[in-house]
Design a protein around this ligand. Sequence first.
Ligand SMILES: NC(=O)c1ccc[n+]([C@@H]2O[C@H](COP(=O)([O-])OP(=O)(O)OC[C@H]3O[C@@H](n4cnc5c(N)ncnc54)[C@H](O)[C@@H]3O)[C@@H](O)[C@H]2O)c1
Length: 331
Amino acid sequence: MAERLRILRASDLDGTLDMRDVLALIERAFAERGLGRTEMPPKSYLHFPSHQGVLLIMPGNLPQLEQAAVKLINVHTRNPVEHGLPTLIATVVLISPETGEPLCIMDGTYVTGMRTGAVSGVATKYLARKDARVLGIVGAGFQGPFQLDAVRHSMAVDEVLVADLVLERARKLAERARGFGLKARACETVEEVVRGCDVLVTATPSDHPIVKDDWVHEGMHINCVGTYAKGKQEIEGAILTRAMVVVDDWEQASHAGEINVPVTRGEFDRSGVYAELPQIVAGLKPGRTDDSAITVFDTTGLAIQDVVTAWQAFQVAKERNLGFIIDPLYT
Ligand SMILES: NC(=O)c1ccc[n+]([C@@H]2O[C@H](COP(=O)([O-])OP(=O)(O)OC[C@H]3O[C@@H](n4cnc5c(N)ncnc54)[C@H](O)[C@@H]3O)[C@@H](O)[C@H]2O)c1
């Protein structure tokens, strides 16, 4: 029977997901990928140079879960100033594996925030020291709260340190952490955060390294979230050469992730990568085994993360009758 099409705006989705559920879903999706049971063609790009824009097309299919979707996400840097629009606008189309029908079209901003936070949480679970207590976050923009919410479930946090170019944003995120009952403070410098933490998240759009090798100590775990394009980099390349490096996907990471600049310069190659996170989650390789190791996780964001997160939001939306429903587009 033909399915009707559910439309979900950002305002319908906010608050539909519990981070603990999303952490479990991301772990499941990564296990599926590690076992070779996902389909995820490489991201495709459309370029709009005259508008300083790019559109990414991200398809993903998890046959064991009967879930498929395509995410469209752009980066148009002039949007806020020239058009009063966000830089990033994400849309997810959920596809029925059985019939190919689109079942739902949803705003993808919230899903992107939740799934990006959750993958740092999963990486922290497998790669951070068990006695890690201080969480550092550099970059307190849109991603900041999602990173905080996810990683706090994956380690026993005593204190949160936050830095941002805009100190007020760091203060706000620290306040949010205090709202979870955690000790937290905004720091004046990135150095203070890095030197003082056990687990670090970098979530800035910086195009040059803002984390210096000198500041990084033994036993630390770093989730590199911010780098999304060729030529960008948040941590000094020297850190990679003394760390156990884990990527979400070699192809994506070597082209557009934290490792892309050292790879392009010939300073780092695939032999320097310990594993892809899906291999660790699937149990094919161990996570951290040495308390003194520095671990670095380079995440570029996989379409399968969007698929499982968006499907969960869709289920909740159906239960709560959120959004609105229209006849199938082909009628
Ligand atoms: N890996 C993934 O899957 C994934 C997913 C979503 C977003 N991202 C990337 O994560 C980054 C952050 O995304 P967002 O949506 O939070 O962006 P945002 O613009 O909302 O926030 C970025 C924050 O970083 C701060 N910042 C910039 N440069 C800094 C510096 N040198 N030192 C300290 N703070 C600095 C800014 O002041 C801002 O508050 C972006 O580069 C984005 O493309 C990655």
